[in-house]
Design a protein around this ligand. Sequence first.
Ligand SMILES: [Zn+2]
Length: 96
Amino acid sequence: MLSRRDILLGAAAGTSVVAIGGVRAMALSSEPMAPEDLKAFALGCGGVASHQQLIADAKWLLNDEIKRGVKTAVDTEVVVCPLCHCSMQVTSDISF
Ligand SMILES: [Zn+2]
């Protein structure tokens, strides 16, 4: 059987864990990549062949958003290749 003291200590420990987790989450940051690293990533991009899957995925998401009424048929989606940082504008297949 738990005493009142055990319950209070457990609650305090749980609060501390949450507070520590919150501090860790705030410690995340992002930094721009070094130019040498960007060049190395760009070499990994296969150009059109690598971009076809990105475009297909973005087109599927755009079509889905149009079907759900979130976007209209004239809306477009911009997708950026994570390797070479090319940006591509994707249009929908849906016409009304
Ligand atoms: Zn690319």
